[in-house]
Design a protein around this ligand. Sequence first.
Ligand SMILES: NC(=O)c1ccc[n+]([C@@H]2O[C@H](COP(=O)([O-])OP(=O)(O)OC[C@H]3O[C@@H](n4cnc5c(N)ncnc54)[C@H](OP(=O)(O)O)[C@@H]3O)[C@@H](O)[C@H]2O)c1
Length: 299
Amino acid sequence: MRYLVTGVTGQLGSEVAQELLSRGHEVFGTGRKEEPPALLYGKNGFSYTAFDLADTDALRAAFEKASPEAVIHCASWTAVDDAEKEENRETVRKVNVESTGVLAKLCAKTSAKLLYVSTDYVFNGEGTAPYEADSTDFDPLNVYGATKLEGEKVVRETLEKHFVVRVSWTFGRYGNNFVEKMIRAAEGKEVVKVVDDQFGTPTYTVDAAKGIVDISGSEEYGTYNLTSSGGYVSRAEFAAEIFKAVGINVKIEPVKTSDFKSPARRPLNSRLDSSKLKAHGFGILPDWRDGLKRYLAER
Ligand SMILES: NC(=O)c1ccc[n+]([C@@H]2O[C@H](COP(=O)([O-])OP(=O)(O)OC[C@H]3O[C@@H](n4cnc5c(N)ncnc54)[C@H](OP(=O)(O)O)[C@@H]3O)[C@@H](O)[C@H]2O)c1
């Protein structure tokens, strides 16, 4: 199949493109950087175009050139704190909402499928119950989450052949993620402060990419949560597993999210219930601890 994948220079998009190519699909990748990641460079079946998603004319031109049968929209403004700044808000909306609307309309017009990658940040994270895929308890706490939710809505309203796939707590080879942050934070330290009141499921992007490609190849349209298996943990528990796996001997001092001042509020409960996947015939992802080991071996 011929795919358009946005954000192939990012953590998730790079792995999605790689997974599609390994299954023999043609991939037209887009990003903002001049060059695609080394992982994709020169690969058979892969082509790349760089442009800013805020430029919807460039997006339309790329779509026409690619003439895709399916689109996987991974690109997004992901800098959660910077999204709060007044001067950035219009651009965040353009990137996360308007570009999604343009893609949705183009897909509807050409009968292409659209898979939109979303986030647990569409919820407020109150309580402890995992969010089901079809939950409509939307209440984003920050601009990033609000614009991702608007993206979800525009996709649902514009075309039938859509998938909304929410991931959370991802870590991958191409990007700044929690694993790297923790390893850096522990350098030369005896004690590292880590929040113990945010809960979720860490997810390796290689595994998420496989799940996303499986879903995109189906006709089981709708909304899914897609995280690794292995249960829910706190950030502090995740950090402990990272330090153990890397062999770093550092003490974790548990702290609360409210102890850290940041421009954007963040949900404490990022537990996503991925069980809808199984009900629609999709496999479940491997345990996040296993993903972490593979990531550390491959990084
Ligand atoms: N990381 C997480 O924990 C997490 C959690 C929940 C959901 N998600 C969702 O997962 C998806 C993928 O995120 P990720 O972790 O791969 O993020 P990432 O590593 O930050 O990658 C973001 C991608 O979007 C592209 N992009 C951003 N702004 C752009 C613009 N104005 N024009 C063109 N391209 C632009 C980036 O291009 P350049 O690199 O070339 O600038 C990059 O390819 C997003 O939809 C995100 O909302 C991520």
